[in-house]
Design a protein around this ligand. Structure first.
Ligand code: GTP
Ligand code: MG
Length: 191
């Protein structure tokens, strides 16, 4: 109710979604925020934004500001501007394209060289292996074990996600909620 809401403490968290062209960053965000998915590809130009409000706990509302950075920005100089004051990131690759996996460390390196937390530490980042519905056509046999890979390179976790999935049982089987909750938990614990 309104009085309870008024007593709640609000936190605005800026979270970046980065990774190569066409890996599915916009699809992940759109599915998470609007519960829709489109097979039609429309490249993001520059940056896009989405907001999701989470009732985090009985005293905290989290306003999650998702920055959807165009894959083509990897070759530009704008990422420094976009990354400013971010407190977390999702680094996405496409399980069917090896080049997008190889680019993951370039994105992570770009991130860590341009933004840091107040105490100088890197911002928490989760690695997302997207299009896991296409796993059978993909490069899985060629991928290293993602758990150990992600730990070795400083990610707080990794998950296979699939924004195209719509379960008939109303259960969320995209894994996107789980991934974002993991990231937000980590950000909130750094208080
Ligand atoms: P840029 O904006 O160019 O950086 O691309 P992006 O990373 O935002 O990719 P986008 O979300 O636009 O998705 C690219 C294409 O992949 C689209 O045609 C999507 O429909 C498709 N796609 C995204 N996620 C999935 C998935 O989990 N499974 C399948 N099969 N297709 C997906
Ligand atoms: Mg996009």
């Amino acid at each position: 109710c309104a009085s309870v809401y008024r007593d709640k403490h609000e936190r605005l968290l800026k979270v970046l979604v980065i990774g190569d062209i066409g890996v599915g960053k916009t699809s992940i965000i759109t599915r998470y925020v609007h519960q829709v998915f489109s097979q039609h590809y429309r490249a993001t130009i520059g940056v896009d934004f989405a907001l999701k409000v989470l009732n985090w706990d009985h005293k905290t509302v989290v306003r999650l500001q998702l920055w959807d950075i165009a894959g083509q920005e990897r070759y530009g100089n704008m990422t420094r501007v976009y990354y400013k004051e971010a407190v977390g990131a999702l680094v996405v690759f496409d399980m069917t394209r090896l080049s997008t996996f190889q680019a993951v460390l370039k994105w992570k390196g770009d991130l860590d060289s341009k933004v840091a937390l107040g105490n100088g530490r890197t911002v928490p980042a989760v690695l997302l292996a997207n299009k896991c519905d296409q796993r059978d056509h993909g490069l899985c046999p060629k991928l290293p074990k993602l758990e150990s890979f992600s730990r070795e390179y400083g990610f707080i976790g990794c998950m296979e996600v699939n924004p195209s999935s719509f379960s008939v049982s109303f259960q969320d089987d995209t894994n996107i909620d789980a991934a974002i909750t993991c990231l937000v938990k980590s950000i909130m614990s750094l208080e």
